[in-house]
Design a protein around this ligand. Structure first.
Ligand SMILES: Nc1ncnc2c1ncn2[C@@H]1O[C@H](COP(=O)(O)OP(=O)(O)OP(=O)(O)O)[C@@H](O)[C@H]1O
Ligand SMILES: [Mg+2]
Length: 320
């Protein structure tokens, strides 16, 4: 069952009319229940919310059959208060949202809101999550654009397919995520395949000419592979970095949620694992919660947390 703290949190967010926080706590309760093996109850909580999530309230989009292999509707469950960013990036993400909400004011003065955004940085630092947070907060459907499919399945017709995608974007307001953007964005000069070069030029043109109301978010963890000409096409390029000690502490607190006790020295664990990505920190915390649960504990102990981080860190070193 939900803890007293979670119930109080639900009530507080209701009285503050903070829908986003209300969803977050409810989904946290569902996750806790699922971890305790109460899958049906967890599913019931999630189902109860499905018809009332912020994205469900927005105008949905339908992907036509002939585009289903290149466009995929996503259901992000990321919320603003779970996303941990440094102050600078936090402000930049907030600014995108603010300008989107105030786009009419800007338009009256001949200006447009930041709509074409490039997110670049190492794996597991929150680029895809940021796209989900933007979509959920702005109540936009989120659609993933499969550049890899456009290139592989439509060899010889990739440029035509890209034009079709951008026509769809112009007619269907949503957040479009171009993940692994480097797939197409490789240095033009270094590419001797004519088709790749043509497709890249088409992509640059399509991005430049896009005047839709949609948000275009491109993400890459290989920014060095991108053609310099690409950066100019974006209204904002945000660089993601590995989290610092405070960021790691924050993610640990969020991820352990009700499994955290005051005895745990979160900052000291964070200090020892400063090189970890946000995604690895979340995974280490989830490992710790699983161990605690299977040992019949209601809370994670310092030892369990440290063991989980040590194991995760050893696994990362193996991959290097
Ligand atoms: N900044 C962050 N704050 C909180 N959690 C994060 C953050 N970054 C990553 N995570 C956690 O890690 C998971 C994976 O992150 P995400 O997919 O956004 O990484 P990414 O930067 O897109 O990585 P990749 O380059 O591999 O696509 C998220 O769902 C979330 O649980
Ligand atoms: Mg990603």
């Amino acid at each position: 069952m939900a803890t007293a703290e979670q119930i109080m949190s639900l009530i507080r967010s209701h009285t503050r009319d903070d829908r986003e926080h209300f969803y977050t706590v409810a989904l946290q309760i569902a996750s806790c229940e699922a971890r305790k093996g109460h899958k049906t109850f967890a599913d019931d909580i999630r189902k109860a919310f499905k018809s009332d999530t912020p994205t469900a309230k927005s105008k949905q989009v339908t992907i036509p059959d002939d585009m289903k292999d290149v466009l995929a509707l996503c259901a992000p469950d990321a919320f603003r208060n779970q996303l941990v960013l440094g102050d600078v990036n936090k402000k930049r993400v907030e600014r995108i949202m603010h300008e989107y909400v105030q786009q009419e004011v800007l338009r009256q003065h001949g200006l447009s809101n930041r709509r074409k955004i490039l997110l670049a940085g190492p794996p597991g630092t929150g680029k895809t999550m940021t796209a989900g947070v933007l979509a959920n907060t702005l109540r936009l459907p989120m659609v993933a654009v499969r550049l890899d499919m456009i290139l592989s399945r439509y060899m010889g017709e990739s440029s035509a397919k890209l034009h079709q995608v951008f026509e769809y974007i112009a007619n269907n307001r949503a957040l479009y995520l171009f993940d692994e953007f480097d797939t197409l964005g490789g240095e033009r000069g270094g590419n001797d395949i004519g088709e790749m070069r043509r497709v890249l030029n088409t992509l640059l043109l399509c991005i430049e000419q896009d005047k839709s109301e949609s948000l275009l978010v491109a993400a890459t963890n290989k920014p060095n592979m991108l053609d310099r000409a690409i950066f100019r096409r974006f209204d904002d390029c945000i660089e993601y970095t590995m989290p610092d000690k405070d960021g790691i502490s924050q993610i640990i607190r969020n991820s352990l949620s009700t499994f955290l006790t005051e005895d745990i020295a979160v900052d000291s664990v964070a200090r020892s694992y400063e090189k970890m990505s946000c995604a690895d920190v979340v995974s280490a915390c989830h490992d710790a919660v699983k161990i605690a649960l299977l040992e019949g504990k209601k809370q994670v102990t310092q030892l369990i947390l440290e063991q989980s981080f040590a194991e995760r860190s050893a696994a990362i070193k193996l991959q290097e």
